[in-house]
Design a protein around this ligand. Structure first.
Ligand code: GDP
Length: 529
């Protein structure tokens, strides 16, 4: 197969959801349909088994969770699919957001009984910022679910995206019969096999078929006809241009647990998404089908092996083909180098890769030279991919070292950990580095910081949590006198290490208040380095 064909069959997406909506289950069912596993339920132990294969930090072992995210690759129907995992629960961190920078589209899994939940909203905002297509899978239809029309309204209102149902549920809970495909005008009913451990048996008939009543019952048939009429009158058209810009989300209903609607979804999704997308650089757009290799680093994972200060830099290949041992130009480092020990992560199994293509994610051994957002390209070339934004931390703490004699190690440790992107460091607005304020996206990162400073840098620290939860970058900092901003009582001025001013707030409404009191002030939830 030539390079172009390899690239063409690739699809790289992230699944976003609130914890427990069914992201893991849906991913596993994709693997089942892709033939990567035989019996669903075997990956399910993944969460619990993670600590067994990872010898990374003690915290990971104790909690049985993975501190960083990984990627899964499998084949289905001629496609090569890369699913980026976006960790939730306590391991929610800035990495979860950064992962979305490597995806070309996102699948948003929503629990049909709960609707749009907090973490979905956060991840959704990042997808919107990137204008990537967002596909909605309303899951758990085998349980009592909320009215599908009401769910559509909620998605549109809370997330501010238009929706277009591609299929529509027929009943729910025990009476979840199947789905109606609005574009093929077919009804598909399912019969579960082995509690969803095996692929489901499906029967498909045309809407006008005489069997419909027998298949779904007269009353569901009537209800469906009413729903179709309502939908055709009220819902947006499936405009693929709007989908590709992220203005319109195609919506699907199903049950990952029983496999109802899973394969239908996967087939539509693969048809509606594109192969790897071009990306913007300092010298113009790079087309994925260009033969020359290029990639950008979106995540750095530290100390997989505790004995060394190794890091793994994860990169998304944007164009061309990667061959193990090839020489590349590390643009920000200004050096030519060979990428060593390139590996691909299949869930928790690592394998050394010989070749990879645009759309794929690889991890390479990093002796401490890479930073998040760095570009690698064919040696001799020089351009940079668009930077990766800094995402708003939600937890803040003042960090003090216990032994003032270890000042140097402390500063070094905090800086290195910040460079990997696990934490963000700030200073008081008017003073220097005497006091450090650390901001994190997920609270677990505080533990990671304390643990690593102690174990890797031999520095004991004390954390004093601060009450702030909202941070805003000042977009027009050159036009504003930060000291003169009319604040609220809960507002605090800080600066980052590059002296960029930022504002911290305890309450969200104060953000609006400050904007109101200071006409012309522009605040942003994302920072750009
Ligand atoms: P994640 O946290 O989003 O990865 O969620 P999981 O996939 O781990 O699922 C959370 C719980 O919901 C588990 O107990 C699953 O068995 C269950 N679950 C997932 N999908 C479905 C579904 O379609 N129907 C029902 N009834 N339960 C589901």
């Amino acid at each position: 197969m030539n390079i172009a064909e390899e690239i063409k069959k690739r699809r790289t997406f992230a699944i976003i959801s609130h914890p427990d909506a069914g992201k893991t289950t849906l991913t596993e069912k994709f693997l089942l349909y892709g033939g990567a596993i035989n019996l669903a339920g075997t990956v399910k132990g993944r969460k619990g088994a993670k600590h067994a294969v990872s010898d990374w930090m003690e915290i990971e072992k104790e909690r049985g969770i993975s501190v960083t995210s990984s990627v899964l690759q499998f084949n289905y129907d001629g496609f090569c699919i890369n699913i980026l995992d976006t960790p939730g629960h306590q391991d929610f961190s800035e990495d979860t957001y950064r992962t979305l920078m490597a995806a070309d589209s996102a699948v948003m899994v929503i629990d049909g009984s709960k609707g749009v939940e907090a973490q979905t909203i956060k991840l959704f905002k990042v997808c919107v910022m990137r204008h990537i297509p967002i596909f909605t899978f309303v899951n758990k239809m085998d349980r009592e679910a909320r009215d599908p029309f009401e769910l559509m309204d909620e998605i549109e209102e809370v997330l501010g995206i238009r929706t277009c149902p591609v299929n529509w549920p027929i009943g729910c809970g025990r009476e979840f019969k199947g789905v109606y495909d609005r574009f093929k005008e077919t009804i598909t009913t399912f019969r579960a096999a082995m509690n969803g451990q095996k692929e489901v048996e499906a029967t498909e008939v045309q809407l006008g078929d005489t069997q419909v009543d027998a298949l779904i019952g007269e009353s569901f048939h009537r209800q469906l006809m009413d729903d179709i009429e309502l939908l055709d009158g009220a819902s947006d058209e499936l405009d693929m241009d709007r989908v590709s810009r992220g203005d319109l989300s195609p919506v699907f209903f199903g049950s990952a647990l029983t496999n109802f609607g899973v394969e239908t979804f996967l087939q539509h999704f693969l048809k509606m998404t594109t192969s790897p997308l071009p990306r913007l650089t300092t010298t113009g757009v790079v087309d994925p089908f260009e033969e020359e290799f290029s990639a950008f680093v979106f995540k750095i994972q530290a100390n997989m092996n505790k004995a060394h200060r190794d890091r793994i830099a994860f990169m998304r290949i944007v164009s061309g083909k990667f061959d193990a041992g090839m020489e590349v130009n590390h643009v920000q480092g200004g050096k030519k180098l060979r990428l060593s020990q390139p590996q691909q992560l299949m869930a928790q199994d690592r394998k050394i890769v010989e070749e990879a293509y645009a759309g794929d994610i690889i991890g390479v051994f990093d002796p401490g030279i890479f930073s998040i957002g760095d570009t690698l390209c064919k040696s001799g070339e020089k351009f940079e991919y668009e930077g990766i934004p800094t995402f708003a931390p939600e937890h803040f703490a003042r960090v003090r070292q216990m032994d003032t004699m270890k000042r140097k190690q402390f500063i070094k440790g905090v800086n290195q950990i910040a460079q990997e992107g696990a934490i963000q460091i700030f200073q008081e607005f008017n003073t220097g580095m005497e006091e450090i304020i650390v901001g994190v996206v997920g609270e677990l990162q505080f533990e990671v910081l304390t643990y690593r400073l102690e174990n890797e840098y031999n520095v004991e620290v004390r954390l004093e949590k601060l009450p702030y939860e909202y941070i805003r970058w000042i977009e027009n900092k050159d036009e504003v006198d930060v000291a003169k901003i009319q604040g609220t009582s809960d507002m605090k001025r800080i600066k980052d290490l590059k002296d960029n001013p930022l504002l911290l707030f305890v309450n969200n409404w104060s953000v609006g208040m400050v904007l109101e009191r200071n006409p012309g002030l522009k605040l942003s939830e994302f920072g750009h380095n």
